[in-house]
Design a binder for this molecule. Structure first.
Ligand SMILES: Cc1ncc(COP(=O)(O)O)c(C=O)c1O
Length: 391
């Protein structure tokens, strides 16, 4: 690493070649919906099949395996986001992680929770319930034309803010929320920062050491390429002696000793107290491990560089067709193509008939490729859009 004042900069990460051979996507399918659910890696499917065979014979599962694979999964995720494994809790869904955050934060009546317009419903509902409980209000941050999300948050922030809850990429169209800018503003206002990174972890580098969120949550089945039900919650050290939202046996100290009959008031170390019950997930944990290993092997900066190149190509092609994006300041992994109102309801089905799979979120077609995406896929997408949304 160069010395801070050496003037040297880290060279940008090199894009990776197409990795389609690692997935099972037929040639006539152009899948652009990673922001919804990623296809499984072959390696993850194989790991899952082996795990199912093992699960059929539980006498082959030793007591240590209730803990070892889970810890490997925790450690691999921690490595991917550059934190200590002690800071990671294993949660089934974003809503669960957000519920842990909400249960461990406070607000006085009249204080505010700031969240972005169009935020994902699991986040909205969690903070709405938090506001009902605490007497705080939920304040929706809107951005004016030409404004970045960071500027809109800065304008909305004042001493009334108790919690600011943001993504790094807006889930509808990939609009960037610059957390390096937002985080110090939130800290200076004395508010807690909660990040829903479901549309960014695995797809773009996030420096948690610099951002220092109070809580950061992500699902595992999108940009982490893993199975359903295996998500992650990063918990800042200052909250690690907080209250879990359920009281399961395996999070208590000494649970490894199955012969013990006494009850324990103390927990497993770090953020493990927030793990969901039955976190061992014998059937699917090996799938998550295989996917996390692959991501670490590629390296997130290279994944991001590849996605940036792919989405830039898509942007170029759809712009040539006269279509515009809903956000120009977007993250590298997804983009929203603005649709005329008349096309909004039918476009996804029309594209699917042509073997092109996208999401439609509000007024935009959401396009989210990954390392399986080829030039042929892009041509298929643009061709199908030209038919479905004639210029
Ligand atoms: C930003 C964001 N958060 C969370 C989720 C999933 O939420 P949950 O895990 O509560 O089902 C999604 C799924 O689309 C999402 O886009």
């Amino acid at each position: 690493m160069p010395a801070p004042d050496s003037g040297a900069t880290t060279p940008p990460a090199a894009p990776l070649p197409v990795q389609r051979h690692l997935f099972e996507i037929p040639d006539d399918v152009a899948y652009f919906n990673c922001a919804s659910v990623s296809p499984q890696l072959r390696a993850a499917r194989e790991a899952g099949e082996a795990a199912m065979r093992r699960r059929a014979r539980p006498w082959l599962i030793g007591t240590d395996q209730w803990f070892t694979e889970v810890e490997e999964r925790r450690t691999l995720f921690a490595r991917l986001v550059g934190v200590d494994a002690d800071g990671v809790a294993l949660v089934p869904a974003t809503s669960y992680g957000l519920a842990v955050a909400a249960a461990n934060l406070t607000a006085a009546p009249g204080q505010r929770v700031l969240l972005l317009a169009g935020e994902f419903p699991s986040s909205y509902y969690t903070w709405q319930a938090f506001a009902r409980r605490t007497g705080a209000t939920v304040t929706t941050v809107e951005r004016r034309d030409g404004q970045t999300w960071a500027e809109a948050i800065r304008d909305a922030l004042d001493e009334r803010a108790a919690v600011v809850t943001v993504p790094a990429a807006h889930w509808t169209d990939g609009a960037a929320v610059d957390l390096d800018t937002v985080a110090p503003l939130v800290r200076a206002a004395g508010a807690a920062l909660v990040v829903d990174a479901s549309q960014s972890v695995g797809a773009l580098p996030l420096d948690l050491g610099a951002i220092q969120p109070d809580f950061l949550v992500t699902v595992g089945y999108k940009w982490l390429l893993g199975p359903f039900g295996l998500g992650y919650l990063y918990v800042a050290e200052r909250h690690r002696d907080g209250a879990p939202i359920e009281d399961n046996w395996i999070n208590r100290e000494g649970s490894q000793d199955f012969a013990r009959l006494d009850y324990q008031d103390t927990y497993q170390p770090g953020a493990r107290r927030f793990d969901v019950g039955q976190h061992s997930h014998f059937e699917t944990t090996p799938m998550a491990i295989a996917a996390l290993r692959q991501l670490l092997d590629w390296g997130v900066p290279r994944v991001a560089a590849t996605l940036a190149r792919t989405t830039a190509r898509i942007e170029e092609e759809v712009s040539a067709h006269g279509l515009t994006l809903t956000s120009s300041d977007r993250r590298p992994n997804l983009l929203g193509i603005r649709l005329p109102a008349r096309a909004q309801r039918r476009v996804a089905a029309a594209l699917a008939e042509a073997g092109v799979f996208v999401g439609v979120r509000g007024p935009a077609v959401r396009v989210s490729p990954h390392l399986w995406t080829t030039e042929e896929d892009i041509a298929r997408l643009v061709g199908a859009l030209a038919v479905a949304v004639p210029g």
